[in-house]
Write a protein that binds this ligand. Structure first.
Ligand SMILES: O=C(O)c1cc(=O)[nH]c(=O)n1[C@@H]1O[C@H](COP(=O)(O)O)[C@@H](O)[C@H]1O
Length: 238
């Protein structure tokens, strides 16, 4: 997990995923399966990606009452993913229940998937936190509050933007994972993301893993884009 570049496989079906992966050959990737792909293909897509030896972040952002999240996590733990997530806004009781479900569902002899909590989505701006959520604290304070709740509940880390990761590591330690989407090389458009940063900025913040979707999946040459972002993220000069 540490220092990973996670590719968001935001595709509508398995056929497009397999086509996308061809140029990567036998390189072991860390990939993210989100709602679109999982809802269209179901658990078989996880099996397929595991067969290809890739590490998997199953991003379903669970957010429900504790009992429902616990039961759902028990099922997801059986799929053999490396990383799963919940929304921190579901609260500390829900996050603790997610872990109970994962512990209960992890097949014996296997490692429980790591579990992280989404703080404030990277598509949310500071203005939206003030004017829509009406929570009375700044975006930064809200992210830190959610991160503290996640840590107290026993989670392994959080999803946040690259701009909050340094603050979170400073308060909660560097072992607590920060996984950051909203990564945009200078030449990429922002699309719906609000709190973005370059891979190089992410490296300077000591972020645990970055998540990159469209700058790779929509690139004319996805492999070239992946390698360029990876080099920038690892600080490799070419
Ligand atoms: O949990 C996530 O992965 C996530 C959280 C968040 O706050 N923001 C965010 O963009 N994501 C996911 O990260 C990916 C980012 O994709 P791109 O914006 O295309 O790079 C998408 O699959 C999102 O669902």
């Amino acid at each position: 997990m540490k220092d990973s570049l996670i590719i968001a496989l935001d595709f509508p079906d398995k056929g497009q995923v397999l086509d996308f992966l061809v140029p990567f050959g036998t390189e072991q990737l860390f990939v993210k399966v989100g709602m679109e792909l999982f809802y269209s293909e179901g658990p078989s897509i996880i099996e397929e990606l595991k067969k290809q030896n890739h590490k998997i972040f199953l991003d379903l952002k669970l957010h429900d009452i504790p009992n429902t999240v616990k039961s759902a996590m028990k099922v997801l733990a059986g799929l053999g993913c490396d990383l799963v997530n919940v929304h921190a806004a579901g609260g500390s009781e829900m996050m603790a229940a997610a872990l109970e479900g994962l512990d209960a569902g992890t097949p014996s002899g296997l490692k429980r998937p790591e579990c992280i909590a989404v703080t404030q989505l990277t598509s949310t701006s500071a203005v939206q936190v003030n004017e829509e959520q009406l929570i009375g604290v700044s975006l930064q304070e809200s992210v830190l509050n959610y991160a503290e709740l996640a840590k107290k509940a026993g989670l392994d880390g959080v999803v946040c933007s690259p701009h909050e990761a340094g603050m979170i590591h400073g308060r909660l330690g560097t072992k607590f994972l920060t996984v950051t989407p909203g990564i945009r090389p200078v030449e990429s458009g922002q699309q719906d993301q609000k709190r973005t940063a370059t891979p190089g900025f992410a490296r300077e913040q000591g972020i645990s893993a970055i998540v990159v979707g469209r700058p790779i999946t929509l690139a004319v040459d996805p492999l070239e884009s992946y390698l360029k972002i990876k080099n920038d993220w690892k600080g490799v000069r070419i």
